[in-house]
Design a protein around this ligand. Structure first.
Ligand code: ADP
Length: 381
């Protein structure tokens, strides 16, 4: 989704540079034909319309860097003061563009705008606009850098997580070879290989699922989805595990219809139910309650357990990829640390949010809030 925005931004920038080049061509053509060049105010009409749709800071100057037009973003980044370009790198870049008539690009870090904030990465593009003007575009790269960092982290974490079961399988394979004369040991090692292979399968499955729900437009065909049906299917799929662990699984509430993807919503609710069952003791109860709240424009699906609970300091990190409160316990429960990331993405793709309440020793409640479609106006078909 974020990658999509970055792509869209890059596309718009490309389009704008193309338009700027076209405009520049038209202007210089006019000048070559002896048509007087437009006054700054006249030029501004064309350019203002373009600046208005541009998601980047933009400044149009005279060759001596006097500002004729500037967008609010360019002012916010303190590239200009009054009618002067004051940022030294931007000045240099515009001077270069004026000197050789080419487009110049550079990436800079502006000092942090406030305490506790990081520097602002900006990509500056300077180019001539006709024979008499210069254009400076400032592209805020903060989000793009964050996405790049998140992707790098994900690859590092995923490789690390995959290495553990793969390493275990390799060692167990060796052990089987060495225990050839001891059939009992061979059976024991073979069983452990199966456990590690199962873990590997879950991990790869969750990674694929996460990349699917993260991909742009994962909710492609938004259809009317019956929330009661989603909950019933998720409960059905968790029933066997809950029974095996001696946990009572109940669902209650009234139905509602949301716009979205049935299968993705089932995955999200099932992940919450799986967790509720996994992190609860036998003899406890897991309940899922559906409550439409038309006054707030949402329907709530709350998954409530009486399990081990989550310490307050861990709660803000729960939805991070690969985060597990107790990694040692996760080896036994088979958790991958991706379940809640998947929930977060699915819910966000549906325009909703997920909240958590938890107290160690008492249990946890995860509440998914999905927007209800706007009520039909009277007279609507
Ligand atoms: P996992 O596959 O490890 O369950 P999740 O992303 O689903 O990964 O959950 C992340 C971590 O949050 C879990 O490892 C667990 O420590 C904690 N957690 C999630 N749900 C619950 C719950 N209902 N009760 C207690 N802890 C939970």
């Amino acid at each position: 989704m974020i990658d999509g925005l970055a792509l869209l931004g890059a596309g718009v920038l490309g389009l704008f540079v193309g338009l700027a080049a076209g405009l520049a061509f038209r202007l210089s053509e006019r000048e070559q034909r002896g048509v007087p060049a437009p006054e700054p105010a006249e030029l501004a009409e064309d350019v203002t319309a373009l600046l208005a749709v541009l998601p980047f800071g933009a400044v149009v100057t005279t060759p001596d860097l006097r500002v004729l037009r500037a967008s609010a973003a360019a002012r916010a980044h303190h590239l200009i003061r009054g009618d002067r370009v004051v940022q030294p790198v931007a000045r240099g870049l515009l001077a270069d563009a004026a000197a050789d008539g080419a487009t110049h690009v550079v990436e800079i870090d502006l000092p942090a705008p406030a305490i506790g904030r990081g520097p602002v990465p900006l990509r500056l593009h300077a180019m001539p606009l006709g024979a008499r003007h210069l254009l400076l575009l400032a592209e805020d790269r903060t989000e793009a850098r964050r996405v790049e960092a998140a992707r790098r982290d994900f690859v590092v974490n995923a490789s690390h997580e995959l290495k553990t079961p793969v390493g275990a399988i390799a060692l167990l394979g060796e052990a089987v070879g060495e225990a050839a004369g001891d059939p009992e040991a061979v059976v024991r090692f073979a069983e452990r290989i199966q456990v590690e292979a199962q873990r590997l399968t879950e991990l790869v499955g969750d990674i694929l699922e996460l990349s699917r729900v993260q991909s742009e437009g994962a909710v492609t065909a938004a259809e009317e989805v019956d929330v009661a049906g989603v909950v019933a299917e998720a409960v059905d799929r968790t029933r066997t595990t809950a029974d095996a662990r001696g946990i009572a699984l109940e669902s209650s509430g009234s139905g509602a219809v949301v716009l979205g993807d049935h299968a993705m919503l089932v995955t999200a609710v099932r992940n919450l139910l799986d967790n509720a069952v996994t992190y609860s003791d036998p003899g406890t109860r897991v309940a899922v309650a559906t409550t439409p709240r038309p006054e707030e424009g949402v329907v709530e699906i709350a998954v409530v357990d009486q399990g081990i609970g989550i310490p307050p300091e861990a709660q803000p990190r729960l939805f991070e990829r690969f985060y597990r409160v107790d990694p040692a316990r996760a080896r036994d429960t088979g958790g991958t640390g991706l379940g809640l990331s998947i929930v977060k993405h699915v819910v966000a793709d549906h325009g909703g949010e997920v909240r958590v309440w938890s107290e160690p020793g008492r249990g946890s409640t995860f509440t998914v809030r999905l927007p209800l479609p706007p009520p039909e106006e009277e007279g609507d078909a």
